[in-house]
Design a protein around this ligand. Structure first.
Ligand SMILES: NC(=O)c1ccc[n+]([C@@H]2O[C@H](COP(=O)([O-])OP(=O)(O)OC[C@H]3O[C@@H](n4cnc5c(N)ncnc54)[C@H](O)[C@@H]3O)[C@@H](O)[C@H]2O)c1
Length: 360
């Protein structure tokens, strides 16, 4: 196949970026831009499985000169914007860093496009389910409401469930960008929503098609093991292979939707190939199912042959109680169908964590 189109992936040395590059490098000319952030890349090197055919650009997305050079030299047909600071809890104490990379980094990209006069055929943004905050809930009678953020005081007293307008417990509603409003509860989430707004404003005015994918919790082999700020399943996997019981926060009842990185890459690949006639696309990407962290920890421990998980009353500020996606819009727009079962994904994750532990 002739590779006529160029895809630039910012954050292209990261967990998702590397997998995406590997998947599409046969179909596109791929350019990777990354500053090999030390929190993600402890050895300060490009991942060994980053495809050799891809062009590797070392640079920081907050620097105008980096984007100017990347865009004027490669004139990408599509930009997949993945570079980001991603620490949920960390973003509450290092707000500037998160805002600088996620917000300024995005704006720098747009200014470089404006300065060069180059208009890509599409921009794809990996946004996050974090934008929903505690999200939408329903009372027993079906009345919908937005749960207030759970502050430190509430969490310290072990009151995990968000409460309704009359102080009652409700049931969570699946994230769906067409019906659930974003209401971020940590700075990382606020910066991801800011990225969405900045890109929608610019792309709308410049007639550049925009695809925003709000990803649920992504997991799989390749996720940074040494980065303690992201990836709860890698944290679980590390404990399991050390033969320790997995420590599950908030009484075990946090609800999550773990989507395998290969499925996310399928969604991103479909998004970057959408026809230009689709000017705007905003969808939620998940596995199609959800469960409590305790259930997932039990399954992971069973596969690993490690002791039964332990429920803990610990918590992390900025975490939300329940998050899972309604993937129907992504199925309709992108033909998205998640294929990797949790059990298969966990086998690969444990293998990756074992290799990491042996080589550490
Ligand atoms: N992994 C998840 O669960 C998840 C969930 C929702 C959204 N996302 C989004 O997906 C994207 C990719 O996430 P990931 O899991 O691959 O994270 P990652 O940390 O593995 O990858 C991010 C990459 O960006 C690079 N980077 C960071 N700051 C940079 C800067 N200033 N300049 C250039 N490069 C920089 C890092 O070196 C890293 O290689 C992010 O935008 C994240 O917000 C991820």
């Amino acid at each position: 196949m002739t590779r006529t189109k160029t895809v630039l992936i910012s954050g292209g040395a990261g967990f998702i970026g590397t997998r995406l590059a590997k998947r599409i490098v046969g179909d596109y000319k791929v350019v990777l831009l990354d500053n090999l952030h030390p929190q993600v890349h402890a050895n300060n090197a490009w991942p060994i499985d980053s495809p050799a055919e891809a062009v590797q650009l070392f640079g920081d997305v907050t620097e105008a000169a980096v984007w100017n050079a990347a865009i004027s030299e490669h004139r990408p047909d599509v930009i997949v914007h993945l570079a980001a600071e991603t620490g949920t809890g960390q973003s509450l104490t290092e707000s500037y860093r998160h805002a600088s990379v996620n917000v300024t980094g995005t704006a720098r990209m747009l200014d470089a496009l404006s300065a060069s006069g180059h208009r890509p055929q599409a921009i794809v943004l990996a946004s996050s389910r974090a934008v929903y905050g505690e999200g939408q809930w329903a009372t027993a009678s079906g009345e919908l409401y937005y749960a207030a953020p759970r502050g430190e005081k509430q969490l310290v007293s072990g009151e995990w469930e968000p409460v309704g307008p009359d102080g009652e417990e409700g049931r969570s509603v699946a994230h769906n960008a067409t019906s659930v409003e974003p209401r971020p509860t940590n700075v990382y989430a606020a910066t991801k929503l800011a990225q969405e707004h900045i890109l929608s404003s610019w792309c709308g005015s410049m007639n550049v098609p925009l695809r925003i994918l709000r990803l649920q919790n992504v997991y799989g082999a390749g996720q940074a093991l040494e980065n303690s700020y992201t990836g709860v399943l890698t944290y679980f996997a590390r404990q399991a292979i050390a033969g320790e019981p997995i420590n599950v926060y908030e009484g075990g009842g946090i609800v999550r939707d773990f989507v395998h990185v290969d499925d996310v890459v399928s969604a991103l690949s479909a998004a970057l190939a959408l026809p230009a006639a689709v000017g705007f696309c905003l969808v939620d990407i998940g596995s199609g199912s959800a469960g409590t962290l305790l259930d997932y920890a039990k399954e992971l421990a069973q596969v690993a042959g490690s002791p039964a998980p332990e429920i803990s009353e610990r918590f992390r500020l900025g975490d939300v109680r329940a998050a899972y996606a309604d993937i129907a819009p992504a199925q309709a727009l992108l033909g998205y169908e998640p294929e990797v079962s949790f059990r298969d994904g966990v086998v690969g994750l444990l293998e990756w964590a074992r290799i990491g532990a042996e080589t550490a």
